[in-house]
Design a binder for this molecule. Structure first.
Ligand code: F6P
Length: 366
């Protein structure tokens, strides 16, 4: 099959590296004489038929630019469409046939969907309807299976590590317990890796339920040894042994209805009362998704984008590009979304953290 025109979209939460991927896909496509339509705001653009035609000029100078020139949305799900004027949160509509119609009438030979878990679930639904789709794994959470890393993760980890580095001096000066709350949804990758890289004392992640008394004992033990400050890195999705997470809000209309947040303040208040020490909280939030991608993310995004276009040319639809060791390979989108990739409590990485004296706030691990 000869490929003449492809669509590309960026969906779900933004992250550094999206533009680098759009650039790489487009440059590789244009080089092969393939036209590229960039749909606006994720799958919303496919439903509303809103796109720009991408030429060399459009992708010039965007390699280092954060965000996405195409816009994104984590509200627009064609299979449960809630956005006005076509749908409402109370009455979601299935507009997947509209998206399919727009795909066909634009004469597209393939769609390249850049996104995380939610986006790739929608991509798979379109694959099941017969649309030729290639996926590219994006998310700061690093929680997609079949790929060693997602792009965006390294940039987020770098922001979080910088925060752990910077918090040290003020924690030391005031003899405080400082808590850094990271993103990551139901996975602890950002918290774990930034805590290891920055020298955090306690790390709380969803995969290893914490016990408040273990946290208190660890802090008091450090103080008894003359270490009058402690740094806790808490993933937003961290759970206690009862399985409770801190949630700021639930928004039914969103493709990601549970907004996690608040674990930092919960632990800080508990520590102040139980340890009789001062504690403060830094919530990193969307800073982890903003700004220039790290060199690693630009390198990974460029390789992912170029390879995704190669897969289109090879007609390998229903696949997602993946980092396998240091090589770029591919796997079925269905496999990548079959389960979330979480931190393994028995992994070498967790063992390393313990071996350098870190605590997971758990009596079960350590
Ligand atoms: O999935 C990426 C992510 O940044 C998560 O780490 C976080 O829980 C969520 O998105 C926040 O989403 P929003 O931008 O909708 O607040």
């Amino acid at each position: 099959m000869s490929i003449k025109k492809v669509g590309i979209l960026t969906a779900g939460g933004d992250c550094p590296g999206l533009n680098a991927v759009v650039r790489a896909v487009s440059k590789n496509a244009l080089r092969h004489g393939v036209k590229v339509l960039g749909f606006k705001n994720g799958f919303d653009g496919l439903v509303r038929n809103e796109f720009i035609e991408i030429d060399e000029h459009a992708v010039s100078g965007i390699l280092t630019l954060g965000g996405t020139i195409l816009g994104t949305s984590n509200l627009a799900n064609p299979f449960r469409y809630t956005l006005p004027p076509f749908g409402t949160p109370e009455e979601p509509k299935d507009l997947s046939s509209v998206a399919m119609h727009n795909f066909n009438t634009n004469g597209l030979d393939a769609l390249i969907a850049i996104g995380g878990d939610g986006t790739l679930h929608m991509a798979q639904q379109f694959v099941d309807m017969g649309m030729p789709v290639i996926g590219i794994p994006k998310t700061i959470d690093n929680d997609l299976s079949c790929t060693d890393l997602t792009f965006g993760f390294d940039s987020a980890m770098s922001v979080a590590t910088d925060a752990v580095d910077r918090i040290h001096t003020t924690a030391q000066s005031h003899h405080r317990v400082m808590i850094i709350e990271t993103m990551g949804r139901y996975a602890g990758w950002i918290a774990l890796r930034s805590a290891i890289a920055g020298g955090g004392d306690i790390v709380l992640i969803p995969e290893i339920p914490y016990n408040e008394q273990v946290i208190v004992d660890y802090i008091l033990d450090r103080r008894a040894k003359g270490k009058n400050f402690s740094i806790i890195v808490a993933a937003e999705g961290a759970k206690n042994e009862a399985g409770e997470q801190a949630v700021t809000r639930t928004v039914a209309a969103s493709t990601d209805p549970v907004r996690l947040g608040g674990i930092g303040f919960k632990i800080s208040n508990m520590v102040e009362e139980a340890c009789r020490v001062e504690s403060r909280v830094v919530v990193l939030g969307h800073l982890q998704r903003g700004g220039t991608p790290t060199p690693f993310d630009r390198w990974l995004s460029t390789r992912f984008g170029a390879r995704a276009m190669d897969l289109v040319l090879e007609g390998k639809f229903g696949y997602m590009v993946a980092l396998q060791g240091l090589a770029i390979g591919e796997c079925k989108i269905a496999d990548a979304i079959s389960k979330l990739k979480l931190v393994d409590p028995n992994s070498e990485e967790v063992k390393t953290a313990l071996e350098v004296g870190m605590s997971f706030g758990s009596a079960q691990i350590g």
